[in-house]
Design a protein around this ligand. Structure first.
Ligand code: BYC
Length: 318
């Protein structure tokens, strides 16, 4: 009589659990391809949060008031925290954080394309909070239902914090849009520059998306790239109207039949150039990350030494 299950049977049971909306936990059996794909997505998500601190940091010393500075500082610290939750979730899949960071620094792992665009004005800080965090929330709300327990639970907390980030960005945009002519111009210019790159955050069209089909089957992703992008486009139209700004997409039209907005096409050549390392700030972002990592070596060494000392003391006591 057969006493152990073979790979195919294990996969069937695994898929059944996914179909029944049961969460997969770190010690559960999972197909190697599920583990690999999940690790790729969670670690790239973590890298995006951490690299994503850089564009806004550019304005920490130039925020227009003490209140704005305190809020921005707190928002950027939250992003660092999101990176830490996500690296922890990724580590539960069996790969140490040092390896994940190495993959980022060698260029083997990606991070969100949007963070390779420069922040040129205070309006850009508003546009990032409003549009970039706004796009991230649309995606992350659906990821709260992802099949991997530690990722899903991390997303619940992250979404709460992202909502505050989105509001702080939109509040900056309202202040600018209701301000002087020059401030309104600044808001319009930031919207024009950040709108299309924000749409790119959702990834390639479904027909071009390498990982979507499997990620949907395994419920790592709960909605497709194009469906999430459409949600974001639909929710952004009234927000632009409320600000009294011009929509950057001249082809945007309400489609009564679809009950969605029709829209113009993303410049996919630009998207591909950015994810392949040729955006405005790719080099700068990585150089900064490497420098900060290098400067933090003594902290990591001190923590390791402290842990070792504690371990020795415990051995002596025992
Ligand atoms: N940028 O098969 P696809 C934040 C890559 S940060 C760069 O559709 P998938 C914030 C993709 O990785 C929040 N690369 O992939 C922080 C793949 O390449 P690899 C960030 C992209 O994974 C600070 C290839 O293209 N959110 O909120 O099924 C301040 C083919 O794509 C991009 C997340 O990370 C892109 N935009 O779907 C402010 C959400 N798009 O890996 C705010 C979690 C695609 O084969 N991630 N690629 O080399 C996801 O939901 C999915 O990974 C994506 C892509 C929808 C992004």
């Amino acid at each position: 009589m057969k006493t152990t299950l073979d790979e195919q049977e294990l996969e069937q049971i695994f898929q059944q659990r996914i179909d029944n909306e049961q969460k997969i936990e770190p010690k559960d059996w999972m197909p190697e391809a599920y583990r690999k794909n999940l690790l790729r997505q969670i670690s790239q998500h973590a890298h995006s949060e951490v690299i994503g601190m850089q564009p806004e940091r550019n304005f920490l010393t130039r925020a227009p008031s003490l209140r704005r500075k305190a809020v921005l500082l707190s928002k950027i610290q939250d992003e660092g925290g999101h990176g830490l939750y996500l690296y922890s979730a990724a580590e539960t899949l069996g790969t140490p954080r040092s390896e994940l960071i190495e993959a980022l620094q060698s260029g083997a792992a990606k991070y969100a394309s949007i963070f390779n665009y420069p922040t040129q004005t205070w309006g850009d800080v508003g546009a990032i909070g409003w549009l970039v965090d706004g796009a991230a929330i649309v995606n992350q709300v659906s990821l709260q239902r992802t099949s991997y327990g530690p990722y899903a639970r991390g997303m619940i907390r992250i979404c709460k914090e992202e909502s505050f980030h989105q509001r702080q960005g939109y509040e900056i945009m309202i202040a600018l849009a209701q301000g002087s002519e020059a401030q309104k111009q600044m808001a319009q210019d930031s919207l024009n520059r950040f709108y299309w790159p924000s749409l790119m955050m959702f990834g390639p069209h479904d027909s071009e998306s390498a990982h979507s089909a499997r990620s949907m089957k395994w419920k790592i992703k709960r909605e497709t790239n194009d469906d999430l992008r459409q949600k974001f486009i639909d929710q952004t139209v009234p927000q632009i109207m409320f600000l009294g700004l011009e929509h950057p997409d001249k082809e945007i039209r309400w489609n009564e039949q679809r009950q969605h907005y029709d829209h113009g096409e993303i410049d996919w050549d630009e998207f591909n150039a950015v994810i392949n390392g040729n955006g405005h700030c790719n080099r700068q972002r990585m150089e900064h990350h490497l420098r900060a990592h290098e400067e933090g070596t003594w902290v990591r060494d001190a923590m390791t030494a402290y842990k070792e000392k504690q371990r020795k003391r415990e051995v002596q006591v025992a």
